[in-house]
Write a protein that binds this ligand. Structure first.
Ligand SMILES: Cc1ncc(COP(=O)(O)O)c(C=O)c1O
Length: 444
């Protein structure tokens, strides 16, 4: 197999540059690419570009490839299903593999209660479903969501999103009825408090300053949250946060909607990241890695909540049989190959090295994460904590040119989200390159 990465031509090479020209003539200008990686193929945790460069993939197609690129069992399942039938709309008829996927999801998603599932085609659609479902069930019009959240870009999910102004610019009016509250981002506490002296003031704030003054609790259908904020900067809430939030929500009979789209499917070492906080959300949204790279979304709700009537919500392609075949195979692979155990083990291995970087380099402000969902927040210096925006981008570009495909999130966080199949050897090679880039930028 030999050692990875293998950089044969400084990227972007000639074939990549030729494609960039064609792309610029065709593709919507709303797309923002991190760097000109033009993908030719992928295998496991390696992604190849059109000029023959082979990178260690710390992106996993933006957390969509938890079982790695083109996992053989997933590919086999897709081929077999493609030979049988490609589509027949579960909205109007029946087929088996989506039912079996539903049964699997019933057992692996949090909540010791009966559940029902609505299948769609993407993360944003699974959130739209949760918006409509929680309104339907509660007959309440309002929602709470978090500053820094990313739940998608359709008009409902975009209304819950609050991660970058560019995501919303010129698109208002959005869906009315959403209030954003501070997320427990302890490294940059919006209240300038220190954990744990704060005693979770951020939860009390929601009750005392939002629900008691501005947003009537009895009109609030649900609180949407990411167990670990993804786009917002790989932000990990403190240990009792969700217990406290759940207590507050239960008190006012407000539903909790858990967005596991980026953090779920084993990435943090558990099927759902919220299991680290030991609470049972009322509704869970899954997408991204669920079908190992094919489009699918799933909204899994307590059976008594999914009480809407025939015709209230459907989707032509939702739960497509080819995506369902891929998802069934991906769930089996995560179980059979003990990928969550690998995520926990390698996550701990990485974290111990990254913690050293935090003491070694002035620009490494914070490192945080669970399993293989890890953020390195880059700052100008540890005292000011000013976001190292240009620095994080420079680190990302240097790492990519040297063979580690990694991207940023939040204002200046390097996000590490490799396939859960990755080996210690590949992790160590990638970290060596990443550390080299951080060191150079740190002393520049
Ligand atoms: C946490 C979270 N929710 C929702 C979405 C939206 O998913 P999609 O892009 O499939 O609509 C994303 C996408 O990055 C996400 O990370």
């Amino acid at each position: 197999m030999g050692k990875y990465p293998r950089i044969r031509v400084t990227p972007p090479g000639p074939k990549a540059r030729a494609l960039l020209k064609r792309d610029a003539e065709v593709m919507s200008d709303s797309l923002v690419r991190f760097y000109p990686l033009v993908v030719e193929s992928g295998e496991g945790s390696i992604v190849r570009d059109v000029d023959g460069n082979e990178y260690i993939d710390f992106n996993a197609g933006i957390a969509c490839l938890n079982v790695g690129h083109s996992h053989p069992k997933v590919v086999d399942a897709i081929k077999k299903q493609a030979d049988k039938f490609l589509h027949y709309s579960i909205t109007d008829f029946y087929y088996e593999n989506i039912v079996s996927l539903g049964e699997k999801l019933q057992s692996i998603t949090p909540g010791n209660f009966r559940k029902k599932i609505f299948f769609s085609n993407s993360g944003a659609e699974s959130i739209e479903t949760a918006i409509k479902l929680t309104r339907w069930h509660t007959r309440r019009p309002l929602f709470l969501a978090f500053i820094g959240a990313f739940h998608g870009r359709l008009m409902g999910s975009l209304s819950l999103t609050a991660s970058k102004p560019s995501q919303k610019k010129y698109f208002s009016p959005l869906m009315p009825g959403v209030t954003h509250v501070p997320y427990p981002y302890c490294y940059r506490c919006p209240f300038k408090l220190e954990y744990s002296d704060c005693d979770y003031w951020c939860v009390e704030f929601i009750e005392k300053w939002i629900l008691e003054r501005s947003v009537p609790a009895q009109d609030t259908a649900a609180i949407f949250f990411e167990p670990i904020q993804g786009e917002g900067g790989y932000v990990v809430p403190p240990p009792d946060y969700f217990q406290r939030l759940k207590k507050l929500a239960d008190k006012h009979e407000i539903l909790l909607v858990d967005d596991e789209i980026q953090a779920g499917m084993g990435r943090t070492g558990k099927w759902s990241a919220i299991e680290h906080w030991n609470i049972e959300p009322d509704v869970t949204c899954m997408a991204k890695s669920l079908a190992a790279g094919l489009p699918i979304g799933a909204t899994i709700a307590r059976e008594d909540i999914m009480d809407w009537e025939g015709g209230s919500h459907t989707s032509t392609f939702g739960g497509n049989p080819v995506s369902a075949a891929a998802a069934n195979a991906a769930i089996d692979a995560i179980k059979d190959e003990k990928l969550m155990e690998n995520a926990t083990r390698l996550g701990a291995h990485m974290m111990s090295r990254l913690k050293e970087w935090q003491t070694k380099y002035e620009i490494v402000g914070d490192v945080r994460g669970k399993g293989l969902m890890i953020g390195i927040e880059i700052v100008k210096d540890k005292t000011s904590k000013n976001p190292g925006n240009e620095e994080s981008k420079e680190i990302m570009h240097k790492a990519w040119r040297r063979g580690v495909a990694v991207i940023t999130c939040g204002q200046s966080t390097i996000r590490i989200a490799p396939p859960l199949t990755i080996t210690t050897e590949l992790v160590d090679s990638a970290l060596e390159i990443l550390e080299g880039a951080i060191k150079e930028v740190s002393t520049a």
